[in-house]
Design a protein around this ligand. Structure first.
Ligand code: UTP
Length: 466
């Protein structure tokens, strides 16, 4: 047994079972295990277990009853009808990009369990013709935006224990798809221990290793601070971060219109939404509750509230989250430095563990609680939080599931559909059944095709524009 206060600490926390195999561990294993145990905040875990996901005393489901559609909102049709608004925003956004004040952050620490791919999700081949990976499409977009603005755009990549080593290795081997190595800033999110749902005991993955999971995309704040990236961003003069997820290759990275609106409306955090297809679509919904803009996860949304309609019979809570945001960097830093930070959410999950006989058990039913932070919980803390509607067909085609909706198949056809629209807008003709892939370095927005694609040109079969 460790003869110091670690033993005592675990006994006080009623977690002494974790040391059952201590004497069997090598000295090296003991050192690693000790470090892991010493980093656990048992008081916090105790509080989380007591409260569950509710940190206010009132459940989210109860709060959702008071939800109304977000007020500080720019709808798609407004941008289409009021071209002045769209062009002023776009001009402002391009100015920002050219001033070198914008960085981009990608969260790529998730485990991607639904997709069931055995590498980090960003390495999934998604290009409909070339099998370009999700990472390649994203890196090339950032490069194209840098070249357009004539500036370096730092690309921050959040990984986790589950994705870090492979992601770094892969991106290095691909020379960061043309970005300079010093402009690719990796940082790793933290973890939270899994706790069994019966007696509140921490689970072991091995005899000298706790069972832990990534602490959610909200882990970004602590992770940015830990990696000293707030200072790095400050020294590079970066004032805004454009946030996107690894699963959506059609997200318009560093969209000038969105950036421009964010600044013109003096928002500290802005978020893009899309109209939900129906009430039961499994997406977070952006609403205002008691005057604060926030996102309610679909799992916290009571069906009756999700199904509410307005006077015209349309869905009242239509604003589905795309998980595309723009942040003021000082705003993120302020929350990262605040005592409470973002709240934790508790999820009841199946977590493999070591039983008392030292055998690994893979449960068939949920057996443990996992704790995660969500970045969108920053929204109610932001001044003038702005919500902008995007066209889902153009910007929201995520890869979540192996098959069915939001799968590689739907995402690939979306990429072809978007490319077809761009070519058609440029006056070309695209035969039905054509598979098309446009490299972001060839065109990152439809206007880039002008001069590159001749009106009247015909496209058929498999087409790559690069
Ligand atoms: P999801 O919520 O879709 O989770 O992540 P996931 O882990 O990728 O997939 P499932 O649920 O296991 O199937 C949305 C985005 O947030 C990132 C993911 O990498 C993805 O870009 N994320 C999620 C993190 O970076 N860290 C996390 O702890 C969780």
């Amino acid at each position: 047994m460790p003869a110091d206060d670690l033993h005592q600490r675990l006994e006080t926390a009623n977690q002494q079972h974790l040391l059952k195999w201590w004497d069997e561990l090598t000295q090296e294993e003991q050192t690693t295990f000790r470090e892991q145990l010493e980093s656990v905040d048992f008081d916090l875990l105790g509080r989380l277990l007591e409260k569950g996901s509710d940190t206010t005393g009132e459940s989210l489901a109860q709060k959702a009853e008071r939800a109304v559609p977000p007020k500080n909102l720019v709808r798609l049709v407004e941008l289409e009808v009021n071209s002045d608004l769209a062009s002023t925003a776009e001009e402002k956004g391009r100015e920002l990009l050219a001033s070198g004040k914008v960085g981009v952050v990608l969260v790529a620490g998730g485990q991607g369990t639904r997709l069931g791919f055995d590498q980090p999700k960003g390495m999934y081949p998604i290009g409909p013709v070339t099998d370009r990976t999700l990472f390649q499409i994203m890196f090339e977009q950032v490069l194209a935006r840098s070249q357009k603005g004539g500036v370096k755009i730092p690309y921050l990549i959040m990984t986790s224990d589950a994705t870090d080593a492979e992601t770094r290795e892969y991106l290095k081997s691909q020379n960061y798809f043309g970005l300079d190595e010093q402009d690719v800033l990796f940082f790793k999110q933290g973890t939270m221990p899994a706790v069994d749902d019966q007696a509140g005991k921490l689970l072991l993955a091995e005899k000298g290793l706790l069972s832990v999971t990534p602490d959610g995309h909200g882990g970004i704040l602590g992770a940015l601070a830990k990696a000293n990236l707030f200072s790095e961003l400050e020294s590079r003069g970066i004032e805004y971060l454009y946030y996107h997820q690894v699963d959506n290759p059609t997200a318009i990275i560093a969209d000038p219109v969105f950036l421009g609106l964010h600044v013109l409306r003096e928002s500290e955090m802005s978020t893009k939404v899309i109209a939900k297809v129906n009430a039961s679509e499994k997406t977070g919904v952006v609403v205002d509750i008691d005057g604060e803009t926030q996102i309610i996860e679909y799992s916290d949304m009571p069906t009756a509230v999700a199904e509410k309609v307005d006077e015209a019979g349309s869905l009242l809570h239509w604003a589905g989250s795309t998980a595309i945001h723009v942040f003021d960097v000082p705003f993120l830093k302020r929350i990262a430095e605040s005592a409470d930070g973002l709240p934790f959410h508790t999820a009841h999950k199946k977590v493999p563990y070591l039983n008392e006989q030292g055998e690994t058990v893979c449960p068939d039913e949920p057996n443990a609680y996992k704790f995660e932070r969500f970045i969108f919980d920053a929204l109610p803390m932001a001044k003038n939080a702005l919500v902008m509607e995007a066209d889902r067909t153009k910007e929201f085609n995520p890869v979540k599931n192996a098959e069915g909706n939001d799968s590689p198949a739907t995402c690939k056809s979306a990429l072809t559909r978007i490319a077809t629209d761009w070519l058609t807008q440029a006056g070309a003709e695209v035969e039905s059944g054509t598979t098309i892939e446009i490299s972001p370095l060839f065109a990152v927005e439809p206007a880039d095709l002008n001069g590159k694609v001749e009106p009247g040109m015909k496209y058929a079969g498999e087409v790559i524009l690069k």
